[in-house]
Design a protein around this ligand. Sequence first.
Ligand code: ZN
Length: 192
Amino acid sequence: MNMLISSMAISSAMVRRQSAHTRAALDETRMKELVAFTARSLETDKPVPFGSSIVNTRSRERLVQSLNAVAREFDPSSHAEVRAIRRATKKLKNVSLAGYTLYTTCEPCPMCMSTALWAGLDRVVYGATIEDASRHCRQIHIDAREVSARSDMRCVVDGPLLREECYALFTHPNMLKAFRSWSTRKRTSTKA
Ligand SMILES: [Zn+2]
């Protein structure tokens, strides 16, 4: 009996390990797709390194993906995450995004992380960090994990994932050039 219980425990641990492995592989696939989607903006007149997608946590099906549109919309709150959340809730006609995961090329700022919490997202997975972004444009230095930890909501924050690939969006020559016209630019960006 003990052997049976211990072998059951082993197999359930294996399943957990396998599902964690599968989840990590799926996270990478989703993030790579998001990097490719965001990179397309680098060839436009308003390049941005910030992209977000919202994916069904169970089926892994993508619901929406969005880019930062602060410059396009003359709206300082048009961050990629906020836009993706707005699109997703409108599409579902539901203010709750429980059952969904948000992927983002950069760690969400406090505004975006708060919006993710208000939306009830299961999980947030980010690429580059706030510190990475801060080399090029001004940031609010509060970690996404801290915003989540101080809330009454439950949202797992994972990252950095594919940090180099995501950070490469910031250092692309077209992006470095574009940062020069950003009102939130940092001096370091003008060196490129
Ligand atoms: Zn933000």
